[in-house]
Design a protein around this ligand. Sequence first.
Ligand code: MG
Length: 436
Amino acid sequence: MALGCLVQAGRAALRARRGPGPTVGSLAFCTSPCPGPPARRSCAGPRTTSPSFGFLFDIDGVLLRGRLVIPAAKKAFQKLTDAKGRFHVPVAFVTNAGNCSRENKAEELSEALGFKVSPEWVILSHSPLRLFHEFHGKCMLVCGQGPVEENAKALGFQHVVTIENVRKAFPLLDMVDQSRRPKVLPPPTTDFPTIEGIILLGEPIRWETCLQLIIDILLSNGNPGAELSTVPYPHLPILACNMDLLWMAEAKMPRFGHGTFLVCLENIYKKMTGKDLKYEALIGKPSTVTYRYAEHVIKQQMESCGWTSPLRQLYAVGDNPMADIYGANLYNRYLQAQGEVSITAMAPESEAHLEVQRDHRSICSAESCQSILVCTGVYNPYGDMPVGPNENMLETVFHGHRDFHFDPSLVEASHVVHDVNDAVDLVFQKEDWKNE
Ligand SMILES: [Mg+2]
C-alpha cells in the first residue's frame, strides 16, 4: 500500500463532502491513482460471511522476541490463515520499530511466521511521516540507525542530511571518543546547508555523538559551525517517532528503546538552556495518528479481499501497556468521541495536524478499538503496573512519554491474556467467528 494514499483519501473525502462523487467510505480505500503496486489479494476464498473486525498486532514481545518467534504466534496464525497463508480476517502489523524498511520487516515476519507477509500490512513508527508535507521540501537532519537516509526519502523528504554528514563536515564537534577526534585541525566548513528541522527515526548508535550534534544544531539554529549569543527559541521543529522507553528482545530484562534516547535529549536540552524541548509531532504508538493509519490499512485489506461488511471492531494486541494499551484505548476514546478529541502530542498549529484531523473526521468508520494485553513481552503481571482501578499508577512508575498525560484508565487493557494465541481465541469467541 502506498503511504500517500491516506492523505489522498482524506482530501478526496473532503472533496466528496463538498459535491457529487464517490462515497467517503469508498474513497477511504484509495481506489484512485496511488503510487506503487495494487494491494495483493492474500485472503481466503469466498465465504458467506465477511469479517467486520480486524486485528492490529504488535510485533516485539507479541510475535517475536528478538529474532526468535514466540511459539504461540505460530499457533495463532494457523487459525488466522488458510493452507496457502491467506488471511481469514484482516490483519495489520503495527510496530514501533523504525530503523528498518517495511520490506525488511515484512521479510523478517515472513521467515518467522512461515507465510508471506506483504509490506503493505506493516506499519512502522515512522510510516505516518508521509503526511507531513510541510517538511518534505526542507533540509532535514535524520537520526537513527540502518538506512535512515533511504527511509526518510521513501517517506517523501527530499533534502536529508545524516548525523554522519554533520560529523564529517564539522569534525571538531564530536569529541567524547578520543580516538575519533581529528589528528590535525581541519579547515572550517562553509558550504554545509542550513538544517531546517530534525527527524528522530529511532534509537541511534553512538548516543554521545548524536546527542552532542543534535544539541549543537538546536543551539545554532541549524548551522552547527556557528556560535549564537542567545539560545534560539522556539527551536527548530523536531519530528520524533517511537516513544517506547523499553522493548523486549531475547534478554530477560527489557532493553533501552528510542524513548530512553528522547529522555536523554530532553534533559540535556533543559539542563543547558533552562527551556523545554518541544516536538512538532510525536508519532508511532500510542499516537492516535498511527492507529488511524492502521485502520486505513485494515480497510484497504478488506476491500482487496472483497470483504464487504463494514469494519466495526478493531482488536489491538500488544505487550507494552504504555504504547499498545494506552494507544488502543486513546484511539477508542477518539472513536467514541467521533473525532472531537485532539490528536495527542502534535503541535496544534501544524499543517500536518490539521490535515490529519480533517482526514480523521472524514473517513473514520470503526465503532471501537479494544486493547488486549499479552504477558509474553514487556508487561510483567507481577511488576509495577496497577492491577486494579483503585491502584494509583503515579505512586509507582510511569514509563510513558513526558508529553502524554498519564491516565490510569488508558493503561488498563480491555482484556489480559497469556499470549497471542489466547488473544485470537478470545476474539474469535467474542465475535462468534468460525473459519469456513
Ligand atoms: Mg511490543
